[in-house]
Design a protein. Structure first.
Ligand SMILES: [Zn+2]
Length: 361
């Protein structure tokens, strides 16, 4: 059975719970934790266990298709808009009433449940007591209070960000050079999907160097500050290229499969494209956040240097200099926090570079 959860890395507690669930399934599970922590892989593994005639052998055709996400009794429900709405909830409810096509059960995986506050009342009764052949696997980034009723009807399986050391070992086991794995591990934010892409991203090292070059390049002029902001945003765009390639590859594979099955096109193409766009937006934010973290580190080092050399030098300017360094570090932290609040990136970066530049002369 562990083969079913091979792709769930660095989550020993969740895997133990999943294996117990596979042995004695109930009507609904709620997998909650951050993106890239293995929730989707876990949902597929659990689905394989629930659909396989031998309870999850990991070898048979049913298991293989469930793990690949192509089994017809494994239904992935992705929201189409900014949130899962009531109409979508109703279609989930009616889907839950259907009979499985091949197996003795069907598994409905509903993603982004944390964005389903309005849909919860419409879903609640069905999740609480689905038809006997239907099992729900709900997936959420976190558990806001609006989910407490539905969460209380499910077996909750928490996921944590993957520890950096586990990400590094996992990359090394996959053939990545250790030094490179360590810098990728730091940039991964505990996300395996991100770590995997960054590890093979030829531009990753250059982008890091770019951010690190900022303090020495700012010369106190607004022109250079604006130039830096533009350059950094352009390098964030470059960071999106591998993800976009992966996304078009995903659609190409699905189109090929559809053609082999004689279907007219990819089923749920719009939903898949919407999901990909959301992932790309999230990716951008994480690229920027990581860049700002590198920048913050550079200025923190400078602060430490000022603090250490200031009193020794005994110059009257020492206090002013360390005050400036503190303000620079704070400005970077504020910018990083603002990223999560839909701030306009270009304005944010312009303002930050001007601020850093004015203080670094
Ligand atoms: Zn099997």
């Amino acid at each position: 059975m562990p083969a079913l959860f091979e792709a769930v890395v660095g989550q020993p507690k969740a895997v133990a719970q999943l294996m117990a669930a596979a042995r004695r399934p109930v009507h609904a599970y709620l997998l909650h934790g951050p993106v890239g922590s293995g929730r989707r892989a876990a949902a597929r593994g659990l689905a394989a266990a629930l659909l396989c005639p031998s309870g999850g052998c990991g070898q048979c055709n049913t298991c293989r298709r469930a793990l690949a996400g192509t089994h017809p009794d494994l239904v992935m429900v992705e929201r189409t808009g900014a949130a899962l709405d009531v109409d979508e909830a109703r279609s989930i409810v009616s889907r839950a009433q259907r009979r499985p096509l091949e197996s003795s059960r069907q598994v409905l995986v509903v993603t982004d449940l944390h964005l389903a506050a309005k849909a919860v009342p419409a879903l609640l009764k069905t999740v609480e007591e689905p038809p006997p052949a239907t099992v729900f696997i709900l997936v959420a980034d976190d558990l806001p209070p609006s989910l407490s009723t539905i969460a209380s009807r499910c077996v909750k399986i928490p996921f944590d960000p993957v520890p950096e050391a586990v990400v590094v070992d996992w990359l090394v086991a996959g053939g990545v050079d250790r030094a490179h794995a360590e810098s990728v591990g730091r940039a991964s934010g505990g996300r395996l999907d991100r770590a995997l892409l960054l590890a093979s991203d030829a531009g990753f090292v250059a982008r890091q160097d770019h951010w690190r070059s900022v303090p020495s390049r700012l010369d106190g002029t607004g022109a250079v500050a604006a130039e830096m902001a533009d350059e950094l945003l352009a390098s964030v765009d470059e960071g999106l290229v591998p993800l976009r390639q992966q996304h078009s590859q995903e659609l190409a594979t699905l189109a090929e499969q559809a053609e082999q099955l004689g279907a007219k096109g990819v089923q749920g193409r719009k939903q898949i494209e919407d999901r990909q766009k959301r992932e790309e937006r999230r990716w951008r934010t994480e690229e920027l956040r990581f860049g700002l973290a590198l920048l913050g580190e550079m200025f923190r080092d400078r602060l430490v240097a000022v603090a250490e050399s200031g009193p020794a030098a005994g110059t009257p300017g020492g206090a002013g200099e360390s005050h400036r360094a503190i303000r620079q570090v704070e400005a970077i932290d504020r910018a990083s926090e603002a990223l999560g609040r839909n701030a306009t990136e270009s304005l944010l970066m312009d303002a930050l570079m001007v601020e850093l530049s004015g203080m670094t002369e």
